[in-house]
Design a protein around this ligand. Structure first.
Ligand SMILES: *[C@@H]1O[C@H](CO)[C@@H](O)[C@H](O)[C@H]1NC(C)=O
Ligand SMILES: *[C@@H]1O[C@H](CO)[C@@H](O)[C@H](O)[C@H]1NC(C)=O
Ligand SMILES: *[C@@H]1O[C@H](CO)[C@@H](O)[C@H](O)[C@H]1NC(C)=O
Length: 478
């Protein structure tokens, strides 16, 4: 009896704590963080929240290994800086498949379904650096998959940003591939058709609003305002309109039936006046309701497959696109849910399950010492802190913007101190910093305490990535 009760209790507690996410919704798991969560904690979080698909940006075997035996479907990634090698050397593609993919395919291994070859390599801001390598790299990777005998189950694809197509007056039927990449992209989509690969597209309604403050607000969400009429087809949100602009571009390229997956869609919560938790919640509520209805878009009715961007905030991302770029997470960097979400889309909000077993650095903060001598060093110290740690929350429209000047200096000092693992030296600032044991957070402005490092392996990997990025930037400069 006691055992039966215990069993019953176990079953109910699983039902209560485990969220259920529909099998057509996945999440992006990025690692551009100074203090990433340990992969075992992340995989537990995915399971606790009932997430069934995850998309990665690389293939670090240490992290991927934790997905073994979970059944979670995985899209592995090959970073852009490896495209040239993959394009020029079929052996490199073969080695990649062997080292990063087939080793995980044993019984009880990892459920790998896709390989993302590069990430948005045709982004206008890359100035064409990857244009000539992308298609040959894709072809080599898919060939390596085919030669390994797994090409029928595992497909290569190049996740692209919606800036690969354009439409003169934002009318979907005028959609066509951007002229500078029309040729390689046409080759790619015909290759997809021949090999059965999906087209993976990243769509950002937030950016429509961010880039154009006159953009009709309700059109960025799913509220049904500002309908757009395109040859008697009605659009009531920019997500559908953008998606169908791609459908038109594919039609014009001669592949009207290609499968489309939305590789990234989401809404940031800080760093801009439109990037708020309220707006993010509103956006996801509308999106999930739409996905649950299986209505699809006007030109592609039916079930859609999408990956939410993103799982966590990442403080090492470039802010070149905007200050919001480090705040895309549905969880904070340390795995705390930001707001309840309705992944089922049926109108029931559920709190997401937070990361378990997170280990924090001690409860201490670095703040500005107003009584210190040497106040003339302040500007240089402040700018040092913000160029080596995240200060995006201090910008206009962000969570710490309204604080007074001294409070903002404290925020910057603390950010630098935490990023440097609370090293005493990192709170010196030529005598202007002091360590305190009381949380200086106020109102919306949180002074986070960083978590203990995820371990040697990851930081080594970051070192290597940083070095590669640095080398790559040298090459693009010459
Ligand atoms: C496997 O993936 C890792 C992480 O993305 C990468 O550093 C490594 O070079 C890859 N291995 C091969 C043989 O390409
Ligand atoms: C692309 O070109 C712009 C303007 O010439 C430059 O500012 C930017 O750094 C370049 N980006 C890359 C990745 O080369
Ligand atoms: C909505 O979905 C949740 C979780 O999948 C489920 O528990 C709940 O009963 C559903 N509610 C309705 C009204 O269908």
């Amino acid at each position: 009896m006691a055992r039966a009760m215990a069993l019953l209790w176990a079953c109910t507690s699983i039902l209560v704590t485990t969220g259920v996410v529909a099998d057509n919704i996945g999440v992006n798991w990025g690692l551009m963080s100074s203090h990433p969560l340990h992969p075992s904690i992340v995989v537990r979080l995915l399971k606790d929240n009932g997430m069934k698909k995850v998309k990665l940006f690389d293939a670090d075997p240490w992290a991927v290994g934790y997905l073994a035996g979970t059944g979670i479907e995985v899209m592995l990634g090959i970073p852009n800086d490896q495209l040239k090698t993959m394009a020029n050397d079929y052996g490199a593609a073969e080695d990649w498949v062997k080292e990063n993919l087939t080793r995980h395919l044993h019984d009880g291994g990892v459920n790998i379904k896709y390989v993302a070859v590069g990430n948005e390599p045709f982004l206008s801001s890359y100035n064409g650096s990857f244009t000539e390598y992308t298609f040959p790299a894709l072809r080599n990777v898919q060939k390596a998959l085919n030669d390994a005998g797994i090409g029928d189950k595992i497909k290569a694809t190049v996740p692209l940003n919606a800036d690969v197509y354009e439409s003169g007056s934002n009318i979907p039927s005028e959609g066509a591939f951007r002229s500078d990449i029309k040729d390689p992209l046409t080759q790619i989509v015909h290759f997809y058709k021949e090999q059965g690969c999906p087209f993976v597209i990243n769509i950002y309604p937030f950016l429509s609003l961010y880039q154009n403050t006159n953009f009709p607000r309700d059109f960025a969400f799913f509220d049904g305002g500002h309908p757009l009429n395109d040859k008697n087809v009605q659009y009531d949100n920019v997500f559908d309109a953008n998606h169908d602009t791609l459908v038109w571009a594919l039609k014009k390229a001669g592949v009207p039936d290609l499968k489309i997956i939305v590789g990234e869609v989401g809404w940031p919560t800080d760093g801009n006046k439109f990037a708020t938790k309220d707006n993010a919640k509103k956006f996801y509520d509308g999106l999930f309701k739409k996905l649950a209805s299986n209505k699809g878009t006007p030109l592609r009715p039916g079930k859609m497959e999408v990956y939410v961007f993103s799982l966590f905030d990442e403080d090492m991302k470039s802010v070149q696109p905007g200050n919001f770029e480090r705040h895309w997470g549905i969880f904070t960097f340390d795995g705390k849910p930001k707001f309840p979400m309705d992944f089922s889309g049926n109108g029931t909000d559920k709190p997401l399950v937070a990361a378990k077993g997170v280990q924090y650095l001690p409860k201490q903060w670095c703040v500005y010492d107003e009584d210190a001598m040497n106040q003339q060093a302040l500007p240089s110290q402040m700018s040092w802190a913000c160029s080596h740690a995240d200060c995006t929350c201090l910008q206009e429209g962000s969570s710490c913007f309204t604080g007074n000047t001294n409070f903002k200096i404290s925020y910057a000092f603390n950010s630098y101190y935490q990023t440097n693992d609370q090293d005493v030296e990192a709170c010196n600032f030529e005598g202007l910093g002091k360590i305190v044991n009381e949380d200086p957070s106020k109102g919306t402005c949180q002074f986070p305490i960083r978590i203990k490092s995820a371990g040697e392996r990851l930081s080594l990997a970051y070192g290597a990535i940083a070095a590669l990025v640095f080398l790559a930037s040298l090459f693009t400069m010459v």
